[in-house]
Unconditional design. Sequence first.
Length: 114
Amino acid sequence: MKDAALLGVRVLAGGALVAAFAVLGDTLKPKMFAGLFSAAPSVAVVSLLVTGLAMGPAKDSKLATGMIAGAVGLVFYSVAAALLVKHLKAVVGSILAWFAWLVPAAGMYWLLFR
């Protein structure tokens, strides 16, 4: 029964937060910011909520720390992709930019979880 309750929380909270972030994204100008508030923040918040309910705050702390490491990598990826795609076209630039994500994200992960 506990699994069913967690699934219910996941569905309700996930749906509500996705809708709330979609409305927020839709109200922002310029529209290019809409994607910033669509799926990723709501999925992260719901993931932390459900994990906290199921496994406690210690597990939430580890997940949040991992999200921070991934976010740092995402900043590096975004900057690298913006530069590389201009010069090397979309496919090659995007593939090479993944290395710009991997190095700082793995470094942060190693620093925070060793």
